[in-house]
Design a protein around this ligand. Structure first.
Ligand SMILES: *Cc1c(COP(=O)(O)O)cnc(C)c1O
Length: 388
């Protein structure tokens, strides 16, 4: 039976136990027992498919992985303790000393840190392509390029990259396309269907959606995930059963929540666009977005992140922050609570000015992760903060 998105999110469940429970129990166990030595031998030799040890797999983790695979249209996946564990373990599996990564210029801050602080010590090179100069991308591919790395929508600039375009370049040069799909969630965008090889998520964000637990996942072909699994079962970045249980429950409502997040976000983006104290607004489903057509082509809705610039540069940005009453000042995103951040003075304070410019970060820029409060209340808070 081919199931629709909402149905697989709810009906993908681990096997029922002898207690006939309706809701999946929590399997807080580090290990699993074997009937005899032969079963144990066959299991370790992978002749028998079963859980051995929770660093390798666990029923709650398997359920979470199966759901995300169904949502992304992927063959296989491996779940991690955080989004960064997913990013790092995927890189560590794919890359050898001497390899090169071509990445979009605006990546998540910690991923940027990995590229610039740790890649050099392993003799791995990374160069950035400018998201606004896509025609130059192909020319930046080197003989040692292993993959193109992309985030779309980007953080915090909310720029859009054409995934079909990137995947065509990758196929032509026989390299992989790896996409961090965290901002879109599998409900809004499925990179594998657009030609990506691997998709990474920080489940901490909209997948949990309630700001409770950390988690991450990488999904893709059986072959690539097998390599990631072998690296990870040895090195131990695995997701805990408890967090997997929370996240799997959260996925049951992902479609509903994301619909509402997006509905609030477009209303807020429209409000900001008409406000005299706002110099610009960026939201993928606003007609004024430079990549509106691409966003419409590859995304179901525009997502929950809105970027805008307050008049008055750094001072204007800081003043706006100090005036916000209800919205939270926090570095997280994808929560039920609306969160505002000032990238120039926080997450991107240590980023080089030219990298900031290329990522579209200005001093007065504000990023809003639109939550699920009533949209009128969010607008009222933003309105009074802009006025002061
Ligand atoms: C948050 C985030 C990450 C890292 O995820 P954690 O769960 O915080 O480790 C990676 N990529 C993007 C786009 C993110 O927003």
């Amino acid at each position: 039976m081919s199931k629709k998105f909402e149905t697989s999110a709810i009906r993908t469940q681990s096997e029922t136990t002898q207690f006939s429970e309706h809701s999946v129990p929590l399997y807080l166990t580090s290990g699993f027992v074997f009937d005899d030595s032969e079963e144990m031998r066959a299991s370790f030799a992978e002749e028998k498919q079963r859980d051995l040890y929770s660093r390798y797999s666990n029923p709650n983790v398997n359920e979470f992985v199966d759901k995300v695979c169904a949502m992304e249209g992927a063959e296989a996946g491996f779940a991690f303790a955080s989004g960064m564990a997913a990013v790092f373990s995927t890189f560590a599996t794919l890359l050898n000393a001497g390899d090169h990564v071509l990445s979009c210029s605006s990546v998540f801050g910690a991923t940027h840190g990995l590229f610039t602080k740790y890649f050099p010590k392993w003799n791995i090179e990374c160069s950035y392509f400018n998201i606004n100069e896509v025609d130059a991308i192909e020319g930046l591919i080197q003989p040692n390029t292993k993959f193109i790395y992309a985030e779309t929508p980007t953080n915090p600039g909310v720029d859009i990259l054409d995934l079909e375009f990137l995947s065509a370049i990758c196929k032509k040069h026989n390299i992989l396309l790896v996409v961090d799909n965290c901002f879109a969630t599998p409900y809004l965008q499925n990179p594998i269907k657009l030609g990506a090889d691997l998709v990474i998520h920080s489940a901490t964000k909209l997948m949990d959606g309630q700001g409770r637990v950390l988690g991450g996942i990488t999904v893709g072909s059986k072959e690539l995930i097998r390599e990631i699994y072998l690296f990870s079962r040895l090195t131990g970045p695995s997701l805990s059963p408890f967090n997997a249980w929370v996240l799997s429950k959260s996925l049951e409502t992902l479609a509903l929540r994301v619909e509402k997040h997006c509905d609030n976000a477009i209303k807020i983006a429209t409000f900001l666009e008409a406000h005299p104290k706002v110099t610009w607004v960026k939201y993928p489903f606003l007609k004024s977005h430079p990549k509106y057509d691409i966003a419409k082509k590859q995304m179901r809705l525009g997502g929950n992140i809105v970027a805008f610039e307050v008049e008055g540069g750094l001072k204007g940005g800081k003043c706006f922050f100090d005036s916000v009453k209800m919205c939270s000042l926090s570095a997280n995103l994808g929560d039920t609570r609306t969160i505002v951040t000032h990238p120039a003075s926080t997450t991107h304070a240590k980023v080089e000015p030219e990298v900031k410019r290329a990522a579209g970060i200005t001093d007065g820029m504000v990023r809003i992760s639109v939550g699920l409060e009533h949209v009128d209340d969010i607008i009222q808070d933003l309105e009074q903060a802009l006025r002061s």
